[in-house]
Design a protein around this ligand. Structure first.
Ligand code: NOJ
Length: 748
């Protein structure tokens, strides 16, 4: 009965949504019919506000005049109710009073800053990620923003690429789950609610595979890789209802994504049925000239609009060329109408035609950006994102009874660094609300614990003059905590690096501190997987703290002292050396698989380097220990319309309560094309009190066994198939730490 009621309820809601969509579509048409060609083209034109630039600026002092003439559809980088209101007022002076859309890179929080997306991904906690996006949307929408250029759902397997910090790591399964959660979080219950912002799945597509990890670089990949690894998170974002997509700077096999019809018109808007709109990346329409695919702005505009890019971010190619293209009969007005419709539809759905100022309530803005609940959540999520990489002799958690602690390093007292790249400086808010690592520790320890500080060295440079002071305070202490890493702006857009070692003399400082014989806990702050072999091999305890956001200090202290038991696991492989990049766990076996021995006997190894990562995908320790046992499959053979249930028992065998992330990998042993050695197909994050045992269940369906295979040798078109044969099922604590294995067969 309950089921029937919920089905009826669902049907009613869906009918209501369809009716609403229909009436919005009718409203769109009623506006469209009034528009001149120039006004239509205006809707496709997006400018940067001059408050802040996130790309190369084009000086243009006539933006207000153009808005008044209906020549601008959207602005980006406009912050705050006051400023958005003033621009919207100008739009209301235009002939048709079509409201502006305000877009912003709200990537990991607005005023309340959450961990950078890669760090949050390490929590594998989908609810947490949805919640942080929800809070970000609540604050951003209260500050006049309608649209975030997030989530970035690019799979990234090259830590040299600065934007690795902005995504969910290397894996398409985990990446898809996270993409879905983040879109849901940003968009809330529905667009039109005053606390919902439009999400934007970006960068469509394959931007994360930029050759050599160099930002904006070309991408060359097979269709199979594209469909199997790079597209799934976009599909997941779409399934979650993402209102918009952004295309990308890269070319894909020689065709710039911005002018790529197959990607945008055929796959996204065709096969996948996307009804929202696509925005170009900053200037990417004009950049097709540099790519060498078009001769000039005119051809660039033609290429992009034909391919399905609806809105032009900052290149001005549409504004300057679309009318001429229509006049020259190179494109039809209906092509422009389609793009305008998509944009107007979102403006209607957001409720902007009813009230263009509904996101400009200054009182709500103050209330939301100062909501103390948001800081609490940020602290919890930050603690969930910290990865315990090493803990020799259970050095951590630290005792709250310690008499003296030395807190050393260039990042201890930093404020803004903790926010990482893509933070937002909300007008009128200074940095004091950010909890530094020093303040977090002070908040945690009691009056009986003395905290000593020394900077030791800078993040970069070779100056060791601060070492003596650092050694002095270390000698006076029972434990040393050393906070080292990158600067926050060493990862992010245009922050690719060929050297991803811990910069400067920071590891030298560690060496000197270790020589004192004091136990040293190292905190590594970073936006990417760094290479830190000396630290990994010599420091007794390491916490990878990434950039954790405005509550970083409190969250780090929570984990250091065991108020939170770390549970995060790496969403990306950490290399031993840049020479291993790209390195990812779901590689093929090859004809001569690499082995662990050093003989390198004509197999797929390096002669001078291990092929294994320093820390594997899915790796992370806890203050307790978990034992996996009793893997059972309810049957060993399944037909395609059947499913197998796998159960496994997890026991917390340590003394602390804790959470574990149990990972399920599958290997298709023989395929018509080679299959990876393993692929993540499910996971569970479970909480177990000390001594507690739980049995968890995974369901294996045909879907989890399917992949993209060419139809035949003569027809390379891909089809999504599950091929009958043997499969290995693995339950692991990481991609390398497989605890239990079982086999089953898919039969015809
Ligand atoms: C360029 C970046 O690639 C994109 O992700 C971002 O949204 C825009 N700039 C706007 O800042």
């Amino acid at each position: 009965m309950k089921n029937i009621i919920s089905v009826i309820f669902f049907i009613l809601i869906s009918i209501a949504a369809i009716a609403q969509r229909k009436s919005n579509a009718q409203k769109v048409d009623s506006v469209l019919i009034l528009m001149t060609l120039e006004e239509k083209i205006g809707q496709l034109n997006q400018y940067n506000d001059d408050w802040k630039a996130t790309g190369p600026v084009t000086i243009d002092n006539k933006k207000a005049d153009q808005i008044r003439l209906g020549q601008v559809g959207s602005l980006l980088n406009t912050l705050g109710t006051e400023r958005t209101r003033s621009w919207q007022n100008i739009a209301m002076q235009s002939r048709l009073k079509i409201p502006l859309l305000f877009g912003q890179d709200v990537v990991h929080g607005f005023k309340t800053t959450f961990p950078i997306p890669l760090a949050e991904a390490a929590s594998w906690d989908l609810d947490a990620m949805q919640l942080s996006a929800r809070i970000a949307a609540t604050e951003a929408s209260a500050s006049g923003i309608h649209w975030t250029f997030a989530p970035m759902v690019d799979i990234a397997r090259d830590p040299r690429w600065g934007r690795v910090m902005e995504g969910a790591g290397e894996d398409p399964y985990l990446g898809s789950k996270i993409a879905y959660a983040r879109v849901k979080g940003f968009q809330g219950t529905q667009l039109g609610d005053v606390n919902a912002v439009m999400a934007c799945a970006k960068h469509f597509a394959a931007y994360g595979a930029a050759i050599g990890g160099r930002d904006y670089n070309s991408v060359d990949m097979s269709d199979r890789l594209l469909w199997e690894v790079y597209l799934p998170p976009f599909k997941a974002a779409l399934d979650a209802g993402a209102a918009t997509f952004m295309n990308s700077f890269n070319d894909l096999n020689g065709v710039p994504a911005t002018g790529n019809k197959i990607l945008q018109r055929d796959i996204l808007k065709g096969k996948w049925g996307f009804t929202g709109f696509v925005v170009s990346d900053w200037g990417s329409i004009g950049e097709m000239i540099n790519h060498g695919n078009v001769k000039n702005d005119y051809e660039a505009a033609w290429s992009a609009i034909t391919a399905g890019s609806d809105m032009d971010m900052e290149s001005r190619c549409y504004k300057n060329n679309l009318a001429q293209l229509v006049k020259d009969k190179k494109i039809t007005v209906s092509l422009i109408d389609d793009a305008v419709r998509r944009i107007l539809l979102k403006k209607f759905e957001l409720g902007l035609f009813d009230d263009p100022f509904r996101f400009c309530n200054a009182e709500r803005e103050q209330r939301e950006i100062n909501n103390p609940e948001h800081a609490k959540v940020a602290r919890e999520i930050a603690a969930k994102s910290i990865v315990l990489l090493k803990n020799t002799n259970s050095l951590l958690p630290l005792s709250k009874q310690l008499k003296t602690i030395a807190f050393i390093g260039p990042l201890v007292k930093a404020l803004k660094q903790n926010k990482g790249f893509w933070d937002i400086e909300v007008p009128g808010v200074d940095s004091n609300f950010i909890v530094s690592q020093w303040e977090g520790l002070q908040n945690k320890v009691g009056a009986n614990t003395q905290l000593l500080y020394a900077k030791g060295c800078d993040i970069e440079g070779d100056d060791q003059s601060g070492f003596d002071e650092a050694l002095e305070v270390a000698k006076q202490s029972e434990v040393v905590i050393l906070s080292i890493g990158e600067r926050r702006d060493m990862s992010g857009e245009a922050k690719s690096r060929s050297n991803i070692n811990i910069p400067g003399v920071q590891e030298e400082l560690l060496k000197a501190l270790l020589a004192t014989g004091k136990p040293v806990v190292v905190l590594i702050n970073s936006g990417r997987p760094l290479v830190f072999n000396y630290t990994a091999d010599h420091a007794p305890a390491i916490l990878y703290t990434w950039w954790l956001g405005s509550e970083a200090g409190n969250a780090i202290a929570d984990v250091l002292f065991g108020d939170v038991n770390p549970s995060a696991k790496l969403p990306i492989s950490f290399p031993v050396s840049v020479g291993q990049i790209p390195i990812y766990y779901s590689h093929f076996n090859t004809g001569r698989p690499a082995t662990n021995d050093s003989s390198h006997n004509y197999n797929s190894s390096y002669n001078d380097l291990s092929i294994f990562p320093k820390y594997a995908f899915g790796f992370g320790l806890s203050y307790t220990s978990f034992v996996y046992s009793n893997l059972q499959l309810n049957k060993k053979k399944m037909k395609k319309n059947e499913q197998i249930e796998a159960s496994v028992t997890i026991t917390n065998t340590g003394k602390a309560d804790g959470e574990d992330i149990v990972q399920l990998y599958i290997r298709d042993e023989v395929g018509s094309i080679a299959r990876p050695v393993k692929e993540l197909k499910d996971f569970r994050k479970i909480k177990l009190n000390a001594g507690e045992t739980k049995t968890i269940r995974f369901i294996i369906t045909k879907e989890k066994l399917s992949f993209y295979a060419p139809h035949s040798v003569n027809n390379q078109q891909l089809q999504w198939v599950a091929e009958p044969g043997d499969f290995e099922l693995m339950i692991g604590a990481s991609a390398e730490d497989i605890k239990l294995r079982a086999r089953f067969e898919l039969i015809k």
